[in-house]
Design a protein around this ligand. Sequence first.
Ligand code: UDP
Length: 360
Amino acid sequence: MQKIITVVGARPQFIKAAAVSRVIRDSYQDQIQEKLVHTGQHYDPNMSKVFFEDLDIPEPVFNLEISGGQHGEMTGRMLEGIEKILLAERPDWVLIYGDTNSTLAGALAAAKLHIPVAHVEAGLRSFNMRMPEEVNRILSDRVSTKLFCPTQTAVDNLKAEGVTQGVHNVGDVMYDVALFYKHVAMERSQIKEQLNLVDGGYALATCHRAENTDDLARLTEILKGLSAISKHMPVVLPLHPRTRKIVDQHGLQAYLDQLLVVEPLAFLDMVALEQSAAVILTDSGGVQKEAFFYGVPCITMRDETEWVETVDMGWNILVGASAEKIIDAATCRKLASNSLRPYGDGTASERILNELVKTI
Ligand code: UDP
C-alpha cells in the first residue's frame, strides 16, 4: 500500500484533485491510501466547502487554515505546517497541483525531506516572471520527481529547461473533469433559470489574476469593456473575493452596475453557465480550457497564456486589458473548430496513478 499526501488550497486545485481522488476511490483502493492537506489558502465557503461537497472530494485530514498575508509569509507558514505533517506521516509521494503558493509550499517541504514530489500540471509556462504563478511553477517543477504534463507544449517547455527525466504527457485532468461533469451540471444546476438567462444569449466573465486586479488601469479597462458588452447582452460576472476587495477599495462599483454580478459560483453552476454562454471572457487558466472543451468562443483578458493550443486553434483570442480590444473581440468573434484534442483523452487521472503505483 502506498501512502500519498495530497496538498491543496485553492479552488482550481480542489477541482483537479477531485478527478484524481475519485479514481483512487474507484480503482486504486487496495494500492493507495490518500490523505488530503488543505492549506486554507481559499477559505470562503463558496470557494472551498461547496467544492468538497459537490465534487465528492474526501474530507481533508489536515486543515492548516493559512490564508492572507504577503506571498512570503503565506508560503512560509504553509511550509512549516506541511513539514510537520510530512515528518509524522512519511508518505511515499506528495502530490501537488498547479501553481499556487500551496503548490510551492508542498513541493519545498517534501523535497527537503527527500520525499518524492509528483506535480500535476507540470511544464506550463507563461514566460512572465512577474506572475507569482510562474515562479511557483518553475520552482515546483525543479524539485519534482514526477512531472505530469497536460500537453506536448508543457513537455517541450521542460525539455527547453533541460528537464526530461520523470516527465509524462498524461493529458489534462481538467479534461477528465469536463467529461465527467458536463451532463451532470446541466441536469442538476438551476442557475440559468435563477438568473433568467437564455441559452446562447449571455456572456460569462471572470477576472481574478493579480496582474489584472492589482493594476488599477488594467482592472478599469477590463470592467469598462465588460460594461460596454452588457449593452448588447447580459454579462454574468461571478466575482472573485480578491477582485471584490479591490473594486470596493478603489470605488469601481459604478462599472459593475450594468453587469450581472454574482457571488463565486459552485462548480456545477459554473459549468452549466459556461456551456450555454455565447462567449466567455476570462483571465482564468481553467476557464479558458473549459470554454474550449464546451465549444464556446473565449476571449482571454491577459497578455499571454499558458494554454497556447486554444489560441493556435483559433478558439481563444488574447486581448490583454484593453477595453477596445475586449469589445471588438466580443462583437466580431469567429468560431473555429474544436475537433482537435490537444488535452489528452480524458484519462489523465488514471495515467497519473498508474505511473505512481508502479514507481515505488
Ligand atoms: N470556477 C467556479 N466558480 C466560479 C469561477 C470559476 O467553479 O465562480 C471554476 C472554473 O469553472 C474552473 C476553475 O474554477 O474550473 C478555475 O479556477 P480559477 O479561475 O480560480 O483558477 P485558474 O484556473 O486561473 O488557476
